[in-house]
Design a protein around this ligand. Structure first.
Ligand SMILES: Cc1cc2nc3c(=O)[nH]c(=O)nc-3n(C[C@H](O)[C@H](O)[C@H](O)COP(=O)(O)OP(=O)(O)OC[C@H]3O[C@@H](n4cnc5c(N)ncnc54)[C@H](O)[C@@H]3O)c2cc1C
Length: 314
């Protein structure tokens, strides 16, 4: 729906149709765990927009319950199960993360691949199938398909999850991923607090920064009862800006006792990492096994590299 809406915005004169196999469009799939857990009371609450929003207000011919069974690229037609072929000028395929790989000759050639996003830390394509990038690349696909110009700069692999009472967040590379990518990497760990020590309701917050021995920030992971999700976005921004831990330590982050200690846990970790970087001998070309506080035994999480789509990431 992001692609269709973007296409409609760029070229209002186009006929835009969406074939959706399911009975719903634009619902919060990411909310399903919270529906099952009883936090979201009703399935209908997950609907971002009713079909009428697309049909009546955005002028999109949304066809629910219409499974596309075949694409005839030479005839510029899609075949919809149970009905006839439908012609198209430009086609955007957004069928989700588990596409069937039909026996089409050339499917394995470069440039024919589901979407692989450019990972800005790895500087290589990576498969990180999460919601924000799915929406943004949809907008890019719809914009470009309708004659507009758009680009997706890439990702840094940011994710957050609620595990019972814990917030667990990550961005960039873990220590294991960085080493697997051949980068000289080390980790700095701190355990700080989500609020000022004297302020009620605070809890411990674990912060790990992954960086090169000379201080280039490669990633960060946080876990705690509160404050991990807020802070991982600071690290994601720092990664996009290609910060060093020294740059990170200099950030003017917000402080008031109900929200953070005067040295935010991110700053505390960055200062410690910066000290380590200045103390470390200059060995950027070699892998180092020493972590500043603890060495990681974390297994590699799947940052899977793949082929980029031609001309970019969408
Ligand atoms: C339970 C759950 C929780 C998640 N939580 C998070 C989260 O907290 N944070 C996060 O970043 N990401 C989360 N994700 C991942 C996120 O939902 C996906 O990255 C995102 O939905 C992918 O969008 P998409 O448009 O590529 O695919 P989809 O959302 O899967 O959309 C593809 C659509 O294509 C339709 N389709 C498939 N084949 C055909 C066909 N032949 N003809 C017509 N229609 C077809 C499908 O019915 C589907 O509606 C979660 C996913 C799940 C399942």
């Amino acid at each position: 729906m992001s692609a269709a809406s973007a296409a409609r915005r760029v070229a209002p004169e186009l006929d835009v149709a969406v074939f959706e196999a399911d009975g719903f469009a634009a619902y919060g799939m990411c909310g399903i765990p919270y529906l099952l857990g009883g936090i979201v009371p009703r399935a209908e609450d997950l609907l971002a927009y009713p079909p009428s929003e697309f049909r009546d207000h955005r002028g999109i011919d949304l066809r629910l319950g219409c499974r596309v069974s075949a694409i005839d690229a030479s005839a510029h037609q899609v075949h919809v199960a149970g009905s006839g072929p439908v012609g198209y000028d430009t086609l955007v395929v957004a069928a989700g993360a588990s596409p069937v790989r039909p026996p089409v000759p050339g499917l394995d050639r470069p440039g024919v691949d589901c979407v692989a996003l450019r990972h800005l830390v790895l500087d290589a394509p990576a498969w990180v199938p999460l919601g924000p990038a799915a929406n943004k690349t949809g907008r890019v696909a719809g914009t470009v398909a309708s004659g507009g110009t758009a680009a997706f700069p890439g990702i840094v692999g940011t994710a957050v999850v609620k595990v019972f009472d814990l917030e667990v967040a990550r961005t960039g590379l873990t220590l294991a991923e960085a080493r697997a990518a051949g980068l000289a990497a080390t980790a700095t760990d701190v355990v700080s607090r989500s609020r000022a020590k004297y302020y009620p309701g605070g809890s411990p917050l674990h912060v790990r920064l992954v960086h090169t021995p000379d201080g280039r920030l490669l990633g960060g992971q946080l876990a705690g009862r509160e404050g991990a999700a807020k802070r991982v976005d600071v690290l994601a921004t720092a990664l996009s800006a290609r910060f060093t831990v020294s740059d990170l330590a200099g950030l003017d982050l917000s402080y008031a006792p109900p929200f953070a200690p005067v040295y935010d846990p991110v700053l505390a970790a960055a200062i410690k990492a910066d000290h380590a970087a200045h103390a470390a001998p200059a060995t950027p070309a070699t892998l180092t096994a020493s972590a500043t506080l603890t060495t990681s035994t974390t297994p590699a999480t799947p940052v899977t590299t793949g082929r980029a789509a031609p001309g970019g990431s969408a």
